[in-house]
Design a protein around this ligand. Structure first.
Ligand code: AMP
Ligand code: MG
Length: 317
């Protein structure tokens, strides 16, 4: 089983040593927990793919602690980048740029672009500063499973793997970073914790690619984030005691045995969403449902990411 470290400076030094020796480490970020390895160590990066069961066609995000490191990784700096960096970094925004050929192919999944993020989580920042090189880190879950928002979620997904996890408690946003490509027309490849509205203020010609274009950002494949238990959008079916329902502050369907209410506040709901999906999955219920949030009279943009994840976690989407 993965073993937990805390967040003291000696824990961070231990994590740096582990990474320098080619190991992988579970790391807290403001979005979800990541599984980090030295980006320029091909052997270490290949461990991430092996552990997660991640297809080699799905590239990894590189994490940095200072924007000067962009030059080590990207071959071209688009004109719009400085403003994006100024406005959104550190934070939950990943930027896709043309890659330098020195970035290992395994990181880029053989493509000519690279994804970069400067995270805001203080512990992850300390780790990145101390190791002083980019870390590749996808979410610390088995491929296609629900992303982890606590250290124990990471342990649940990797019960037999002896890597350390820096445990900094539950993550702040609970949803992944937004992936923005600045190669060609600015395009959101994955909806996430940075809103499309806020990006549009700087990039008025921003477009959004739907999950069906998944080869551009393979982590956006249609079925993802899904519990093992059958999970459907509720559309007035009769429910029974051995079924569970996820709601967002709306009335509960009659007859259902178990209720997870994430509230009608999209930010609170986003923070709790993955933990709730994991709990629902572990509660041995026959079937799970979600009553989709009531979007009448609210800012629908605030619900875009949650709607996206629910669509891909349920079998009706
Ligand atoms: P995760 O695996 O949870 O860290 O998610 C990373 C996301 O970033 C996935 O959707 C990847 O497909 C996407 N990504 C990483 N690198 C690139 C890249 N070079 N071009 C496009 N998307 C990328
Ligand atoms: Mg992921």
């Amino acid at each position: 089983m993965a073993h937990r470290l805390g967040t003291s400076s000696s824990d961070i030094v231990a994590a740096v040593d582990y990474l320098r020796s080619g190991g992988v480490v579970g790391v807290p970020t403001e979005t979800v927990y990541g599984l980090a390895a030295s980006a320029f160590n091909v052997e270490a990066v290949s461990k991430i793919f092996r552990l997660k069961g991640r297809p080699a066609s799905n590239p990894l995000i590189l994490h940095i602690h200072h924007q000067d490191q962009i030059e080590q990784i990207a071959s071209t700096i688009p004109k719009s980048l400085p403003r994006i960096v100024e406005e959104f970094w550190p934070g939950p925004l990943t930027v896709v740029l043309k890659s330098k050929s020195s970035v290992p192919e395994i990181v880029r999944a053989g493509g000519d672009t690279v994804a970069i993020r400067l995270p805001s989580h203080p512990i992850f920042q300390q780790l990145l500063a101390k190791i002083n090189e980019p870390l590749a880190a996808p979410s610390a879950n088995r491929s296609n499973h629900i992303s982890p928002t606590t250290a124990s979620h990471v342990e649940d997904d990797f019960p037999k793997e002896p890597f350390p996890i820096l445990d900094a408690g539950p993550t702040a946003t609970g949803l992944e970073s937004t992936v923005l490509s600045l190669v060609g027309v600015p395009t959101v490849l994955r909806l996430g914790a940075t809103s499309v509205e806020s990006l549009r203020q700087i990039l008025p010609d921003l477009t959004i690619k739907t999950p069906s274009h998944q080869s551009d950002s393979p982590g956006t494949s249609k079925r993802h984030y899904a519990p093992q238990t059958p999970f459907f959008v509720w559309s007035n079916q009769n429910l029974t005691k051995d079924e569970g329902v996820l709601i967002f502050g709306t009335p509960t369907p009659d007859g259902v045995g178990h209720i997870w209410d994430l509230s009608d506040n999209p930010f609170h709901a986003g923070k709790r969403l993955y933990a709730a999906l994991r709990e629902m999955d572990q509660s041995q219920l026959r079937t799970l449902y979600v009553v989709l949030p009531n979007l009448d009279g609210v800012n629908k943009n605030d619900w875009l990411v949650i709607m996206d994840r629910l669509r891909r976690a349920t079998q009706s989407g």
